[in-house]
Design a protein around this ligand. Structure first.
Ligand code: G6P
Length: 512
């Protein structure tokens, strides 16, 4: 039965206080919930990290004691790690339950892990972003980066997790996140055969034939590594099916049950399950009533048009930013009545900006914005405004103000902007949603869905959204809000933790 946000919240609180506590949760992800940065005068400041993992998991510490292990990604994080002497420290968030520990790697090791394997290889593979007749080219450099980057970083995460796990009285529940940590479960399992491990992959799990572009040794290590967890969590049933098929075809001596969604391997049963991730509805509601957010809204209001299209994305090729602007360009060409009236505001968050491909992508985005602005702009008016910064509050304020939210990603595990937008928006704005993002399964019915490469369809969707009658807008916006509230982040966390706790309890019953 669907619950409202309050019901979800109290169900999760009960689970944590009655069945989970005093067990801790050790959570690991490459990017931490907080990132540190140094200002020119040498002061260390912090702000919220970017991306879906942080958006989804930051609220967990409201319910449980959480030890979060992450890579020190920039100079600020490394400085903070040094000040904390490599140990856990209390993270500056609004409750006391979150300890953060940064792992510091040599630049060379981290480069191999992050900038050769995680992003250009795994991220691209899992988002079907290769142009397979020409890329990727898995050469000796890639093999070296795997052996001397990805493997040691995963080993270091496993070591740190084992350290944190063994100091607790009761073995904690370990939650690993994403494509950065596919091997860590296997290293942990060797030392801690009974510890409960969940691995959640936030991005799509592609079909076997795409994985087969990777060398057998690498893909087998990934599939086997994940099967060392007790529960493998993915975003959608399509991902679950693809994962089961990968295991069946690539690992010797496994039994895959497509009905039960399990993999039997080395006498252990691995549960593979879809947990569609969501957003912190209560946290967002609190945020939108805060003074700082209202100040951002005031600042942004003068930039809006009679109607405003908004997009919020990491500045990332898979987000399909260029096609979004091309569709807007067509709209203004075909419908001059919108010129001077409809504004497009893009909130783009810098990401992986040391990678050439990302730099080039952002340059192309800016060039296209300039072309469109000069084509339709005048002294008094121009159609597109954009921000290029990691400023979460400002982006949320932007989403309060949209008439149309454009989410046209090429492919995405879930896409949390599609859930944040309707939650905070107060103009009955219309959601345009790519058919290929995980969120479409839940939200597609009340959005205008588009195929991401379909420029014509996207232009038409923009037109339909901008001319939609108010009662239709209201009906859809209300339905979106309700659906997101019913399956908010506390619902996701409850499902994830309830499955883990059930297994822990089952195990302790059989061992007594
Ligand atoms: C996505 C991934 C996360 C990642 C985030 C930001 O949300 O699922 O694992 O942390 O993007 O990417 P970045 O490489 O900038 O950390």
């Amino acid at each position: 039965m669907a619950m409202d946000q309050v019901g979800n919240d109290s169900r999760l609180k009960d689970l944590c206080s009655q069945r989970l506590s005093p067990r801790r949760i050790v959570l690991a992800s490459n990017r931490g919930p907080i990132e540190y940065y140094l200002t020119e005068d040498g002061q260390l400041h912090s702000r919220r990290g970017s991306g879906g993992v942080v958006t989804a998991l930051s609220s967990l510490s409201r319910y449980v004691e959480l030890d979060w292990i992450a890579s020190a990604m920039g100079r600020g994080d490394r400085e903070m790690a040094q000040r904390a002497e490599g140990k856990r420290f209390k993270a500056p968030i609004d409750n006391d339950n979150l300890s953060l520990r940064f792992l510091v790697f040599s630049r060379n090791t981290y480069h191999k892990y992050y900038s050769i394997i995680c992003n250009p290889l795994l991220w691209f593979l899992q988002h079907y972003m290769w142009n397979s007749p020409t890329t990727p080219n898995i050469d000796i450099v890639t093999h070296d980066a795997w052996e001397n980057g990805y493997v040691p970083v995963n080993q270091a995460f496993a070591k740190a997790i084992i350290e944190e796990a063994t100091i607790s009285e009761l073995p904690p529940i370990v939650i690993l996140n994403d494509y950065h940590l596919y091997l860590a479960s296997a290293y942990i399992r060797r030392q801690m055969p009974d510890v409960m491990i969940q691995h959640f992959t936030h991005i799509p799990w592609p079909a076997l034939c795409y994985w087969q572009l990777l060398p057998r040794s690498i893909r087998q290590a990934i599939f086997q590594g994940l099967c060392a967890a007790d529960i493998v969590g993915l975003q959608t049933m399509r991902d679950v099916h693809n994962f089961l098929h990968c295991c069946e075809s690539s690992i010797d001596e496994v039994e895959v049950d497509y009905g039960q969604h399990t993999v039997k391997i080395e006498g252990r049963l691995v549960r593979v399950k879809a947990y569609p991730i969501s957003v912190d509805v209560a946290g967002l509601k609190k945020l939108v009533s805060s003074t700082r957010l209202k100040e951002y809204e005031q600042k942004l209001r003068p930039l809006c048009g009679e109607q405003t299209i908004v997009r919020v994305d990491r500045a990332e090729p898979s987000k399909n930013i260029i096609r979004g602007f091309k569709a807007f360009d067509k709209l203004l060409e075909r419908h001059p009545e919108f010129r001077g009236k409809v504004r497009f505001i893009a909130f783009l968050v810098p990401t992986r900006s040391h990678l050439r491909l990302y730099q080039r992508y952002m340059q192309e985005v800016i060039q296209l914005i300039e072309v469109i602005n000069s084509r339709y702009g005048s002294e008094e008016w121009y159609p597109i405004d954009f921000f290029y910064e990691n400023n979460y509050l400002q982006a949320i304020a932007g989403m309060r103000l949209y008439d149309v939210l454009l989410v046209n990603a090429v492919i995405d595990g879930m896409n949390l902007v599609a859930k944040e937008g309707p939650t905070v928006n107060n103009r009955n704005g219309v959601l345009i949603l790519s058919e290929t993002v995980g969120a479409c399964v839940q939200l597609g019915e009340n959005a205008l869905t588009v195929s991401p490469a379909d420029l014509e369809g996207t232009t038409q969707a923009l037109y339909t959204a901008l001319t939609m009658p108010p009662d239709e807008r209201k009906k859809r916006a209300t339905a979106l809000k309700k659906s997101i509230e019913e399956a908010d982040i506390t619902d996701w966390l409850w499902h994830l933790l309830e499955d883990a706790v059930n297994l822990v309890e089952e195990r302790s019953e059989t061992s007594t």
